[in-house]
Design a protein around this ligand. Structure first.
Ligand SMILES: [Zn+2]
Length: 437
């Protein structure tokens, strides 16, 4: 999996890139939920209100100013019990704009358009050739992966080459993408399944694959296909990346980006030799740097788990549209998460619950919040805890906890209750790679 928000592209506390847009369901969907009685009106209103508040926070509601009161907007949109005023809704939200209104869960997981496949195959072959070239660069391999593991990394690059060539010949079956822009919404560059030898990609990688940035994504995901031990242990450019231990680096997909990035001119560490425990300046990580690195890793795992839940709930939505029955374990997991995220599932009057587009848009807004909070961690103030502590490890753990709360506060909070926000972040962190039942 790769996070497109990671690294140095975005800095600054609660600075949100200009493309931030929360999404809401189409008005007809909301009216249908109200009319069918799937969930109580007060439940629907509270969820819509929260999505509108998150959009408004980012200045993304049409016709609204910073002084606009969301309570007033809600009264305009829902003027009478059981009624949604479509014209009022669409004054604030353009129904044709997929970055504002959720369109199709089917478009969110589909095969690349035939017109996109030739360039995508070329990009994969380019990335494969680069992987092969860097596999012969012993000095470069030693500089990044270290004296003990460089030859394992060399073998890794040969496998990456092999996988990229194989997949480029069968794009129709081995690549999926997302034309509904869910991946943009959740900052998901892509994910890879070693077992299925399958890669899912951000639509801009599929439509514009020949850029260095797109080739990095292809190579990162192919690293996961090369060896099941190659996982995610810290994204490119995050605090402590250059200071990681050899045993971590050789099994971390993002470290396989570095030598190709040097070739393609988009490295953040040009000419550097990575030394475990040392930053780019050559100094050991300070306690504060270790705390911030730990906070970023905490949110990376929470984001990853939230992204997995988002995939799960969208799979369920597709299955429900197809009439495929749900298994009990999946229903149980959804009902466990629903009260944590304030979805509607545990409040519904139907059993099993129906995954509505209100649940889908709420879920993806939470994935997005985890990514934005992660980005805040390097810059939030006051992460040093009050001592004394028995050990540096205890001090770092206490500091990480402060950093996690501070980063969510800098984002502006998620559920209107800092303790509930933290319970959700902790649940996600604790279910990293263990969301699917
Ligand atoms: Zn990954």
């Amino acid at each position: 999996m790769e996070s497109i928000s990671s690294g140095r592209a975005f800095g600054g506390v609660s600075r949100v890139p200009s493309d931030v847009k929360w999404r809401v369901p189409p008005s007809a969907d909301l009216q249908a939920i109200l009319s069918s009685g799937t969930a109580d009106e007060s439940v629907v209103h509270s969820r819509v209100r929260r999505l509108l508040e998150r959009m408004h926070r980012e200045g993304r509601l049409n016709s609204a100013t910073s002084a606009t009161d969301i309570g007033v907007v809600m009264d305009e949109i829902f003027p009478l019990p059981g009624q949604l005023d479509q014209a009022a809704y669409e004054r604030y939200l353009d129904p044709t704009d997929r970055t504002m209104v959720y369109h199709s869960v089917r478009d969110a997981y589909t095969t690349p358009n035939p017109a996109d496949r030739a360039d995508l195959a070329t990009a994969m072959q380019d990335a494969a050739a680069t992987a092969q070239t860097v596999s012969t660069d012993e000095p470069g391999l030693r500089a990044v992966f270290g004296p003990t593991e460089w030859s394992t990394a060399q073998a890794g690059y040969r496998l990456i080459n092999n996988r990229l060539v194989a997949i480029s010949a069968d794009i129709e079956h081995r690549i999926s993408t997302d034309y509904n822009l869910d991946a943009q919404e959740t900052f998901l560059g892509g994910w890879a399944s070693f077992g299925d030898q399958h890669i899912h990609l951000l639509s801009t990688v599929v439509s514009d694959p020949l850029t260095p940035r797109s080739k990095v994504t292809l190579l990162h995901e192919a690293a996961h296909l090369a060896d099941s031990r190659i996982d995610d242990h810290g994204y490119y450019g995050t605090p402590g990346f250059e200071a990681a231990e050899e045993a971590i680096k050789v099994n971390n997909a993002a470290h396989y980006e570095e030598l190709p990035r040097r070739t393609w001119g988009i490295s953040s560490y040009v000419g550097q030799t990575f030394t475990p425990g040392l930053t780019s300046s050559g100094a050991p990580l300070t306690t504060e740097e270790q705390i911030r690195a730990g906070g970023v890793q905490y949110y990376r795992k929470a984001w990853d788990a939230a992204s997995d839940f988002d995939s799960l709930i969208k799979d369920v939505r597709r299955n429900q549209l197809d009439g495929t029955p749900l298994d009990g374990a999946t229903v149980a997991r959804m009902l466990e998460v629903s009260p944590l995220m304030d979805l509607t599932l545990h409040e519904q009057m139907v059993s099993p619950p129906e995954v509505t587009r209100l649940d889908i848009t709420t879920s993806e807004s939470i994935v997005r919040a985890m990514s934005i909070a992660k980005r805040n961690v390097p810059n939030v103030p006051n992460v040093m805890p009050m001592g004394p502590f028995l050990s540096t490890a205890d001090e770092i753990a206490a500091g990480v906890s402060l950093a996690v709360d501070a980063a969510m506060a800098a984002y502006g909070g998620l559920l209107g209750d800092a303790a509930r926000d933290r319970r959700l972040v902790d649940w996600l962190h604790d279910h990293y790679r263990n969301v699917y039942p």
